[in-house]
Design a protein around this ligand. Structure first.
Ligand code: FES
Length: 281
């Protein structure tokens, strides 16, 4: 059993939980995910790791209530338990494998949309702890939905905020802000990491392709049970078929077939929708 040590509402319908899971915390790396289950019969929910404390033995997860299971999860309180907390799963961020001195020569920009700020944070933090200050753009609907600003500020070189309604920071989409930074402010980036809604990642990759900037995306949104067996996270990357939960979740964004991935995730959403209706009946 895995105890919830702390729980916080970060924004409307978005929760953070610190979970006691020493073995997961010990081997966790940025970019990886865990699968949680509330009870024996519960759905397996894959969630990216937002942070980990190897000394305290805790792993931080962030989730948004999007259906039956996540709604139920949001009712758990500090002191409650998950019956399963499996991980770390998936491949760590590719930065972990790179030569640190070579990495220090690169200008890296992270673009996070909505709850994408949660999986971006451990990557930016890891780079910062290795002497690399990456820039980041965090985009959301409005100021109320902005996640982890304080934490991100501590570990980024420059942090840019974009809100759809202009209630905080730049008014507009993260794509437009990135374009402005490159074209109007003359910023140069060697790598962009985009994590957020599929449509956002699609447009970011279209933009960075024009500038020839290598772009990594996290295909977390297509994961269903994270086991490598359901086939729900199947993607076409270049000419190859890949599975987000086993081969990813991060891929070369310029090679991902986003239209196909979006069609598949819509199918998944309708299943969640059906589960939500059943719950309410
Ligand atoms: Fe089921 Fe990847 S989520 S195979």
């Amino acid at each position: 059993m895995y105890k919830i040590k702390a729980k916080r509402l970060l924004a409307p319908s978005i929760y953070l939980m610190d979970v006691e899971a020493p073995r997961v915390a010990k081997s966790a790396n940025p970019g990886q995910f865990v699968i949680v289950k509330m009870d024996e019969k519960g759905e397996r929910i894959p969630l990216t790791i937002c942070d980990y404390d190897k000394t305290a033995g805790t792993v931080t997860i962030v989730f948004q209530t999007v259906g039956c299971s996540t709604n139920k999860m949001s009712l758990l309180k500090e002191g409650d338990y998950f019956s399963d907390f499996v991980g770390p799963l998936g491949q760590p961020s590719e930065f972990i494998e790179e030569d640190i001195e070579a990495l220090k020569q690169k200008k890296i920009m992270f673009v996070a949309g909505g709850v994408g700020a949660a999986p971006v944070y451990p990557q930016v933090k890891w780079l910062y702890e290795h002497g690399i200050a990456a820039d980041a753009i965090v985009g959301c609907k409005s100021e109320d939905y902005l996640l982890l600003e304080k934490e991100m500020k501590l570990v980024t070189g420059n942090l840019y905020i974009a809100t759809d309604d202009g209630s905080y920071g730049y008014k507009g989409l993260v794509t437009d802000l990135l374009k402005d930074l490159i074209e109007k402010e003359g910023k140069k980036y060697d790598v962009v990491v985009a994590i957020g809604p599929m449509i956002m990642m699609k447009f970011i990759t279209q933009l960075t392709k024009q500038y020839g900037i290598k772009t990594i995306v996290s295909m977390n949104p297509v994961m269903v049970d994270g086991t490598g067996m359901c086939g729900g996270c199947r993607l076409t990357v270049g000419e190859e078929t890949r599975f987000a939960c086993v081969d990813g979740p991060e891929f070369d964004g310029h090679l991902v077939d986003f239209d196909e991935a979006m069609r598949r995730s819509t199918q998944y959403k309708s299943q969640e929708g059906r589960a939500e209706i059943e719950r309410q009946e």
